[in-house]
Design a protein around this ligand. Sequence first.
Ligand SMILES: [Cu+2]
Length: 98
Amino acid sequence: MNIKHITAVAAAASFFALSATVWAASVTENGEVKKIDVAASKITIKQGPIKALDMNDPMTMVYRVKDPAMLKSVKVGDKVQFELDQDGNGYMVTKIKK
Ligand SMILES: [Cu+2]
């Protein structure tokens, strides 16, 4: 690998880091908890449309959560308000409250 090649790789890496930052979206939505999976750090939420994230219909989604401890503050059947972030790996719930 010569110097030019290394520079190109570094430039590509910073380009992707930048576009990931620009792409990241955060929205606050309401929904109902349908399932909680602490072991997998996932929560299933029934929600209305989230047009900002191209979800144009009501749907039930399985989301990763930022911290599994968040799952102890809610239970199945709770009406919740949650914050969703989008990153290169998909969606993640970063905050949740009743
Ligand atoms: Cu969806």
